[in-house]
Design a binder for this molecule. Structure first.
Ligand SMILES: [Zn+2]
Ligand SMILES: [Zn+2]
Length: 248
């Protein structure tokens, strides 16, 4: 850096860089992302009260369960997502997941924190558990995006983060399968890490953290595992995004 640049920086401190678009910004509601990017994200306001997914067309929902939750109530108490997985939010999340951008966990965790405060503060959560990633995928990507989110969120809400699950089966992409096939595909997919004492979760309230809910099967299967095998009292789910439920 030239002397002149250093002096300039001292006199005019650099404005922060938006992690989503890379531009410098003056002000933002959420640290790390500029207001312009924030306005392009599709925050979920109205959703199914159980799975938290937006319903398309929206007219239908009006406080009712979405058709998928009506057909089979998921094992968790309820789930919430920050955005609908579409448009700009999808672009930035894809960047986070596949573009080797672990730094995006920070601004996303600010958004998760807002939703945590709104929906989960009163649920007396004891632990947060990230959805695990199969070892091969983690080696390839270098990080588990759900674990990064849970870690960053834990610094804000002070709820202990426990990365205790293993994904022992590398499943096929679930959205390509039918509901029945998805369940079969995930059967026996999760295990508790060997050195973890399951009794610490007994009768506790657990918040599962993930980046995206696509079909909802993973969230349901993990919740089932946490309730059945770890004997938790209640399970909730919080994710950055979810794919809307479409009704034909
Ligand atoms: Zn931006
Ligand atoms: Zn639903």
């Amino acid at each position: 850096m030239k002397v002149l640049d250093i002096l300039k920086d001292l006199i005019y401190p650099e404005k922060p860089v938006c992690l989503a678009c890379g531009r410098r910004y003056d002000h933002s509601e959420i640290e790390g992302v500029c207001d312009r990017c924030l306005s392009r994200f599709s925050f979920i306001t109205e959703s199914c009260p159980v799975c938290g997914r937006e319903v398309v067309p929206a007219a239908l929902i009006d406080g009712q369960h979405c058709p998928e939750c009506k057909e089979e109530r998921p094992p968790y108490n309820f789930a919430r997502s920050v955005f609908a997985y579409s448009g700009y939010a999808r672009e930035v999340l894809l960047e986070y997941k596949y573009g080797h951008r672990p730094d995006l966990a920070e601004p996303f965790s600010h958004m998760l924190f807002l939703y945590y405060e709104e929906y989960f503060r009163d649920q007396n959560i004891d632990y947060m558990i990230p959805v695990p990633m199969h070892g091969e995928r983690k080696n390839y990507r270098g990080y588990n995006q759900a674990a990064r989110l849970a870690q960053a969120l834990s610094k804000k809400n002070k709820i202990e983060y426990k990365d205790v699950l293993l994904r022992v089966k590398n499943s096929l992409p679930l959205y390509t399968l039918t509901k029945k096939a998805r369940k079969l595909e995930l059967e026996g997919a999760f295990e508790l890490k060997e050195d973890i004492d399951p009794t610490i979760f007994k009768d506790k309230n657990i918040l599962i953290i993930d980046d995206i809910i696509t079909t909802g099967t993973t969230a349901s299967e993990i919740s089932h595992f946490v309730l059945e095998e770890m004997k938790a009292a209640n399970v909730y789910v919080l994710t950055t995004a979810s794919v809307p439920v479409k009704i034909d």
